[in-house]
Each structure stands twice: as C-alpha cells, then as structure tokens.
Design a protein around this ligand. Structure first.
Ligand code: FAD
Ligand code: MLT
Ligand code: ZN
Length: 488
C-alpha cells in the first residue's frame, strides 16, 4: 500500500491555506533555520509515515525549541484557523503523525533536553522530543531505566509514546503510562500552557487532567514535557525462548510463568511459525532453535539477584519440559544471545514491511481467544477466495504480540494489492473482536486507520463525551484534523 491517498476525506475549507505572510510570522517565532518550507525533498520525510502507507501534502514543517515557541505557534494557528499536526519520531502505525492535506507539521524533534533527574525517587523530567532509547541510555548510567520499551525505541519520542499511550514489551511488568507518568506540560490549541509537571507520587487534588492527554494522539494539545517515574535497572536479566506445539501450551506456559516466576517476570511475548517464516524470508540471522514449532514464547526475567533468578528460571523451564508444555527451550547465555532472541521478536514489523502489502491489526481480547482469532481469519480469507491457492494475493496471516497483555498483532501479508482483501477483513475482524468485548486498537491508537471504527470498541455515549472534550479544548478543531474521532 504505497503512500495511498485518503479515500473519502475532503479538505475542510474552514482551514486557511498558508500564505507567505503566515510563513514570515512563523519565521519570527522559531527563526529561519527551524522551519522547512516549500522544499519537497526536505518535506518528504515529514509527509510520509514509517510504513510508507500514508502521504500528506504539507508545505511547512516547524521545529520549535521551547515550550513558549510551541505556544506562540499554536496561538497564531488558532487565531488564523491553520490546521496543525504534531509529530514526534514519526514511527506511528495508524497514520496519525502525517498530515492528510496541507496541515502544518509541528515537529518536536528540537525539544530534546533532559530537564532533571532525582536519583533517590527515580523521577525524570524531560522534553517531549527526547528519543526513548536516548533517555534509556542516559538513565542506564544512573542505574535506572525507562518503564517502557518498544521496537521503535531508536526513533520514537517520549512525547509520541505519551500521545499514543504506547504499550510495548514491558507493560506486563511496569504497567501503562497512565500509571508511571506523574506530570505533563501541554500546550493547548489556544496557546495556553497547562503545567502539571508534578514530581509527586501522590496528589489527589482535583481531576487528574494529565490523563486526558495520554493517548489523545495530538488532538487536544501538544505535549512538551513529561515527569515520569523510572524503575531501577535490574542487575540480572535472563531471556529464554520456548518452542511449543499448541496455543493451549502457550497459555499453560504463561499461567505457570506467573506462578513460578511471579515478581521477576518482565516480558512474556509470543509469535507463531507463520510470523517466523516471514522474518526468515527477510533476514539472514541464524535460527535460534534446530527444529521449528507452531508457536514460540519469549520469556524475560529481571531481578536483583542473578543466582536467585537463574534458579527460578531453570526450575520453571525444567517443569515446562517435563510436563511437555514446551518441546524445546533455549536460554541466552550472554548479552549477544539476549539481543539475538529479542531481535527476532522486534524484527517482525520490519520484515512484514518488506512484503508488497501488509494489513496491520493491533487488537486485544481475552488471552484464550488469540489463536482462535488468527485461525478464524485464515479460514475467512480462504472462504473468500483470496488465500490458500497458488495464485492467491495473500501470502499469510501471521500472529505475534504481547500475549501476556492479551494483545495480538494480526498481520495479513499480501504479494499485491487486491481490493477484495480489505473488503473481506473490515469490518469482519472488528465485529469479531467486538463479540469478544475486545479492543480494535490495543496500543497503536486510532489515527486515520481506525477512527471510523471506534464504535466497535466504545459505546455511543462515550464517543459523544469524547467529542465534547475535543470541542471544549479545540473549538476550532485545528489540532490533528480528520483523525482519532469518527468523522463519518
Ligand atoms: P509519532 O508517530 O510521531 O506520532 C504518533 C501520534 O502522536 C500522532 O497522532 C502525533 O500527532 C502524536 N504526537 C506525537 N508527538 C506528540 C506530542 N509531543 N504532543 C502531542 N501529540 C503528539 N507501539 C506500541 O504501542 N507498542 C509497540 O510495541 C510498538 N512497537 C513498534 C515497533 C516498530 C518497529 C514501529 C515502527 C512502531 C511500533 N509502535 C509500537 C508504534 C509507535 O512506535 C508508537 O506508537 C510510538 O509511541 C509513536 O511515537 P512517535 O514519537 O514516533 O510518534
Ligand atoms: C510490536 O509489538 O512489534 C509492535 O507493536 C509493532 C507491530 O505491531 O508490528
Ligand atoms: Zn506491540
């Protein structure tokens, strides 16, 4: 799906088209070197998303360096009715960070300083444009770590993580950003600065307004700063990979890991053999196991005492083998092997991106339903005549994800564009998920990819209240238009 246009979207004529006078005004705010204007080559990276699926037509990118500059930009845009798209590391997977038409891109990439760190409490305050991996490396020196981790860590910003309420690989252990974030600095569309940069763990004075902005995908404010609680970096980390014969065994392994590894369990990820085949096709990495199995789980433990953790993990793995829950197991012996196992798990997104087309779904549901969902989709696509025959457009339906959080990444890879495929998947899959009381977007958000389907996961009353909040905070609807809330 290369840089497709946006079927069904019409530019909102209430938004002003940029004039030279506007550009001069912005130059006065950020300085000439902090904007890109009318230069197709330099604008391309800001107009195209990570998947190369969506493409905008913005003529202007602004890169403010201070919160006050963000405030001045938004105040002017609001007064002039100029639409704005906040952009972080541009790794989002639902087209949220890309303009749909000619919206101005407000990139946070130049706001990338660490503001403070308290090494007693582990509370970090930082600009929103700090890259997640950069923050994690900085904290490493102090014996701490970021409470979230994801495959895009080398590019995504903490501000983008907050705006999408990113989940990732260690939510199981450290919880969601709704719990670890203590405070935010947000610029509202009218240019006012909402400062709740609290460094308190406990503060029950009034509505917890910062929570509204976590997961709001740049539609009600631009996050410029964060105060976040960071955990101690564990002294001992182990990673094991299991090969299993059935999804039932995946569930048994998960249940048992919670009981036997309990407080040291820091990740429990899964993938199926279909995902492994796509990865192998695009990678020359050596196989991690001699034989192949229908399912794999990655188990990570993190603790403070290596001997204690080793003992627990060894006993758990022995039990898995004796009880024939796992058919094979590998334990990483050093840092390189840990990285090798993780790079398979983190490599599926990129491998899938190398296929001609990929239809990505990020859904949550009760853990027992996850493989049923994959199998049902495979059958549905076979019945629809687009999968399972030598000339079928669909290569495979693959599953991987944060099984410990009930979060499946269901990806459908195709060797060519065939319009029967999306018609067969949507809304079929969303209906299926809704029947399980699941979510049509577990962690990637809504953007332009899922906003029209919000009613499969939220009742009418809630959507109405969301619209009321949007109207209240952004009455001119200048922030990230056409996205997040259903427009049709
Ligand atoms: P962007 O893509 O730039 O923006 C995302 C959204 O946030 C847009 O709507 C944008 O307008 C808004 N936004 C960005 N910055 C701000 C700001 N400062 N203020 C207000 N709004 C803002 N996601 C997960 O949840 N879990 C994963 O495990 C995961 N793994 C990934 C692996 C890969 C290889 C890739 C490519 C992506 C992955 N993602 C994952 C998706 C993506 O990385 C996350 O959504 C990430 O949080 C986006 O951060 P970003 O800085 O790139 O934001
Ligand atoms: C992951 O867990 O790998 C990410 O959410 C990205 C994806 O879904 O491909
Ligand atoms: Zn994920």
């Amino acid at each position: 799906l290369t840089a497709e246009k946006y079927p069904g979207f019409t530019r909102n004529d209430q938004f002003k088209k940029l004039t030279e006078k506007d550009v001069d005004h912005f130059k006065g705010i950020v300085g000439e070197s902090a904007l890109i204007y009318n230069n197709e080559d330099d604008l391309a990276a800001f107009n195209t998303d990570w998947m190369n699926k969506y493409r905008g037509q913005s003529q202007l990118v602004l890169k403010p360096k201070t919160t006050q500059q963000v405030a001045d930009i938004l105040k002017y845009c609001n007064d002039q009715r100029i639409a704005v798209v906040p952009q972080g590391g541009n790794t989002g997977l639902v087209g949220g960070s890309i303009p749909v038409f000619d919206e101005v891109v407000l990139s946070l990439q130049s706001m990338n300083s660490i503001r403070s760190f308290d090494d007693v409490s582990g509370i970090l305050t930082a600009d929103a444009g700090c890259i997640l991996e950069g923050l994690d490396n900085w904290l490493n020196e102090k014996g701490y770590m970021m409470p979230l981790d994801l495959g895009a860590k080398g590019s995504c910003h903490i501000g983008g993580n907050l705006a999408t309420n990113a989940g990732g690989l260690r939510l199981l252990r450290y919880g969601s950003l709704h719990g670890t974030v203590l405070g935010l600095e947000v610029v509202l569309p009218d240019g006012s600065i909402l400062d709740s940069m609290s460094t308190l763990r406990k503060d029950n004075t009034g509505y917890d307004l910062k929570q509204l902005f976590i997961g709001s995908e740049g539609t009600i404010g631009v996050i410029t700063g964060v105060s976040i609680l960071t955990p101690r970096r564990p002294k001992a980390v182990n990673v094991a990979l299991l090969g299993l014969n059935s999804y039932d065994d995946v569930q048994k392994a998960f249940k048992q890991s919670r009981s036997e590894l309990s407080e040291i369990l820091s990740a429990f990820e899964f993938w199926d053999n279909n995902a492994l085949q796509i990865y192998k096709k695009h990678s020359d990495a050596k196989p991690l196991m001699e034989s192949e199995y229908p399912f794999y789980v990655l188990i990570e433990t993190s603790g403070s005492n290596k001997d204690h953790d080793d003992e627990k993990l060894t006993s758990y793995l022995e039990n898995m083998m004796v009880d024939e829950v796992a058919q094979d197991g590998v334990v990483a012996q050093d840092e390189t092997q840990i990285k090798n196992i993780w790079s398979v798990r983190e490599g599926f997104t990129e491998a899938l991106g190398k296929e001609a087309a990929v239809y990505k779904y990020d859904i949550s549901m009760p853990v027992p339903k996850i493989n049923e969902c994959l199998e049902d989709m495979r059958q549905h696509l076979k019945d629809g005549g687009v999968f399972g025959q030598p000339d079928s457009p669909i290569i495979d339906v693959v599953g991987y994800g944060h099984v410990g959080d009930g979060n499946l990444h269901l990806n459908i890879a195709a060797n060519r564009i065939d319009k029967r495929v999306p018609e067969l998947i949507e809304p079929y899959l969303f209906e299926w998920v809704a029947k399980q009381n699941g979510s049509i977007s577990a962690e990637h958000g809504l953007g332009v990819a899922k906003n029209q389907f919000l009613s499969y996961s939220k009742p009418e009353g809630m959507i109405k209240m969301m619209k009321t909040i949007k109207d209240l905070l952004d009455p001119n609807a200048i922030l990230n238009p056409y996205k997040y809330l259903p427009s049709k």
